[in-house]
Design a protein around this ligand. Structure first.
Ligand SMILES: [Zn+2]
Length: 185
């Protein structure tokens, strides 16, 4: 029986990396819990840290494109938006794309969907929030973790205070509740 038939599949995704401060830390925790994830990387970061990109792939995770820069599709003309993604694809060979901020115009979307699967999410963890009460974010994250959920995290320094407090606890909780974390292919 293939894993996809299991009833407790969850997709962990990490946007905006790779960063040397956080991505290797995330990779080692994912390894510890034998969990797989998808990293929607920025081309400019991938260019700076090709060794981390190599580690992500070597560990069996998926790589997705999140742009070369973190552009807002609503504020960027189609030509420039597509060029930016094309530039990212030179360093991030992938068939999946996630628009930064989830903001993309119908015209950009129509062009991109010929080449990529556009991956949205079911729950944004708000791991980057500077609010003090991170326990509340953690409880909400658990409440939104179901079969087939696609959860957004960020492997960036801004998200690290939350991840450092709760990501391992989250992976433990997923394990205890018999979830399997798979990469998006
Ligand atoms: Zn992003």
């Amino acid at each position: 029986m293939s894993l996809e038939w299991k009833n407790n599949i969850i997709y962990l995704t990490f946007d905006d990396g790779p960063t040397p401060e956080v991505t290797p830390w995330v990779l080692s925790l994912l390894n510890k819990y034998q969990s797989k994830a998808t990293f929607f990387c920025l081309g400019k970061n991938a260019e700076l840290y090709p060794d981390i990109i190599y580690q992500i792939k070597k560990n069996g995770h998926s790589i997705g494109i999140h742009g070369y820069e973190h552009l807002n599709g609503w504020k960027t003309c189609k030509k420039r938006y597509l060029e930016n993604i094309h530039k990212a694809s030179q360093v991030l060979p992938s068939e999946i794309f996630r628009p930064p901020y989830g903001k993309i115009t119908p015209w950009q979307w129509l062009s991109l969907k010929k080449q990529y699967r556009i991956i949205w999410w079911t729950y944004l963890s708000k791991d980057y929030s500077s609010k003090k009460n991170k326990w509340y974010l953690f409880k909400k994250l658990l409440n939104h973790s179901h079969h087939q959920s696609i959860i957004v995290f960020h492997d960036t320094p801004k998200a690290f205070p939350f991840l450092n407090n709760y990501f391992e606890q989250y992976l433990q909780w997923l394990n205890e509740n018999d979830f399997t974390c798979l990469p998006i292919k």
